[in-house]
Design a protein around this ligand. Structure first.
Ligand code: LHQ
Length: 264
């Protein structure tokens, strides 16, 4: 009997994890098993102290084509509840990325559409192959934005561009996305995953306490006043100042040496 390959792969290198969406024949469109697998892989990597950075990518020529529309095909006489699908499967994935204390690097290897585009944009550092495209495809199928797009996009590229992208639902290429500040870097050829893994390996040598503070501070900043944010920074910095890595970093600087962080 043929066994289907897992729709999400989790591979652990020495000190970072690589999560691969693995339905290449459908451009990694999201089914319930794929979203459950992605959430489980993120939870696993988040809980593993050996894993100090996470890379997310797609198998084959696409990154993720968003919701698998076959799975959510309208059925005569039935009222679909897409809201429930978001609450149960998509929102936990977006929060697992944003609330993780670890840097999540997305290697967008090809087209990223609908919720697939917004899963990519939720990541901390987004790299894209120069052939990749981002499509806010929702309005093509009669839907509004989801998977955090209406929160992320205006913050990343400003209100005017975010509105036009969502309303027109037209693809933009990686170079344009980079020029607009939607992603960090465009990578030529087929080396986007290599580049993401090199970055992950580099980040894995850096102090995880700093990354936790950075991610917690940025996550809170959109809902905080300046005074609240200043208070949070002081709280996070107090904690960071107690770490072994702070002592190592400062001593190395003062001695003119490279720090060798221990992750505590
Ligand atoms: C697909 C899909 C797909 C199924 C490609 N589904 N098969 C919605 C509802 C519920 C709750 C939560 O949130 C959402 C939010 C959303 O994500 S709505 C947006 C859903 N995504 C889209 O509307 C994008 C649909 N796909 C496309 O427009 C194209 O496939 C793109 C532009 C992504 C790529 O085009 P091509 O490079 O020309 O590839 P293709 O269209 O030939 O696709 C390759 C295969 O993948 C093909 O299957 P087949 O068996 O014919 O070879 C497609 O049917 C399949 N596929 N996207 N979302």
């Amino acid at each position: 009997m043929a066994v289907n390959p897992p729709v999400v792969l989790l591979r652990k290198a020495a000190d970072y994890a690589v999560i691969t969406l693995n339905r290449p024949e459908k451009l990694n469109a999201c089914t319930v098993p794929l979203l459950e697998g992605l959430k489980a892989a993120l939870d696993d990597a988040n809980a593993d102290p050996c894993c100090r950075a996470i890379v997310l990518t797609g198998a084959g020529r696409g990154f993720c084509a968003g919701q698998d529309l076959n799975e959510r095909k309208p059925v005569e006489g039935q009222v679909p509840d897409l809201g429930a699908s978001l609450l149960e499967y998509y929102n936990p994935v977006i929060l697992a990325i944003r609330q993780s204390d670890k840097p999540v690097i997305c290697a967008v290897n090809g087209v990223a559409a609908g919720a697939g585009a917004n899963i990519a944009l939720a990541c901390d550092i987004v790299l894209a192959a120069d052939t990749a495209k981002f499509i806010q495809a929702f309005a093509r199928v009669g839907l509004g934005p989801d998977a955090g797009g209406s929160w992320l996009l205006p913050r990343l590229i400003g209100d005017a561009r975010a509105r036009a992208l969502a309303l027109l639902a037209e693809p933009i290429g990686a170079a344009q996305a980079q020029a607009w500040g939607m992603i960090w870097e465009t990578v030529a050829g087929d080396s986007v995953l290599d580049r993401a893994q090199a970055l992950a390996a580099e980040l894995a040598t850096r102090p995880p306490g700093s990354f936790a503070a950075i991610k917690q501070a940025f996550l809170a900043s959109s809902g905080n006043s300046l005074s609240e944010q200043l208070a949070l920074e002081a709280q996070l910095q107090r904690k960071a100042g107690h770490s072994e890595d702070y002592r190592i970093g400062v001593n190395a600087f003062l001695a003119g040496e490279q720090p060798r962080f221990v992750g505590r």
